[in-house]
Design a protein around this ligand. Structure first.
Ligand SMILES: CC(C)(COP(=O)(O)OP(=O)(O)OC[C@H]1O[C@@H](n2cnc3c(N)ncnc32)[C@H](O)[C@@H]1OP(=O)(O)O)[C@@H](O)C(=O)NCCC(=O)NCCS
Length: 163
């Protein structure tokens, strides 16, 4: 819960996500993540723990989504500011992909906002294919729009090169 408060509740962390969430909304999310993570076939939110001191430095997760009428997974990540730019989010997402690849869905999706350089860099670097750009309502049911890139990772193998 405190990792969520320090990420979702911090305006500097939410610049690319339409601003911070209220404590009430964060508590609701926390309960939903705990519920979801009790059955990993439905999704899981992991806390990222690093180093000999076992610092909790962020989170990465996957949850159910849909791609062109087929069941898929969606992923997302946060790293606390003092631990950013050390390769932690990319390493954690790589581990997550190796786990999700064992489940029975073909695509893992990510929707970083178009201006979110580190998140778009993570997708590019890990081999996601950029499919298109679109407007999303984020947070859900907020009425706020977010322009995002749709990135798709093929869990069955590499995507063919464009062109
Ligand atoms: C996005 C976020 C999780 C990245 O975490 P991180 O651990 O710092 O990321 P990494 O160190 O693994 O870096 C991944 C890539 O992003 C690049 N990057 C990191 N911070 C960057 C920045 N501020 N500007 C530009 N590129 C950046 C890195 O150079 C790296 O690319 P490279 O390997 O090609 O050099 C972190 O910035 C964050 O929590 N942001 C706020 C929350 C958020 O926007 N979450 C994503 C929602 S989709």
């Amino acid at each position: 819960m405190w990792v969520l408060e320090k990420t979702l509740g911090d305006p500097t962390q939410m610049v690319h996500l339409n601003g911070p969430e209220s404590l009430e909304r964060i508590s609701r999310r926390h309960r939903a993540y705990v519920r979801m993570s009790s059955d990993r076939s439905a999704g899981c939110m992991y806390t990222i723990i690093t180093g000999p001191e076992k610092h909790s430095v962020g989170n990465v997760g996957y949850w159910e989504a849909e791609w062109e009428g087929e069941k898929a997974w969606e992923t997302g990540w946060f790293v606390l500011p003092e631990f950013q730019r050390m390769g932690i989010a990319a390493a954690a997402t790589k581990l997550l992909i190796s786990h999700v690849a064992l489940l029975d869905r073909r695509f893992l999706l990510a929707f970083p906002s178009v201006g979110n350089q580190p998140s778009n860099a993570i997708c590019r670097k890990l081999g996601f294919a950029r499919i298109l750009e679109k407007d999303l309502e984020y947070p859900p049911e907020s009425g706020k729009r977010l322009r995002v890139n749709v990135w798709r990772f093929d869990l069955n193998g590499p995507e063919p090169a464009p062109g």
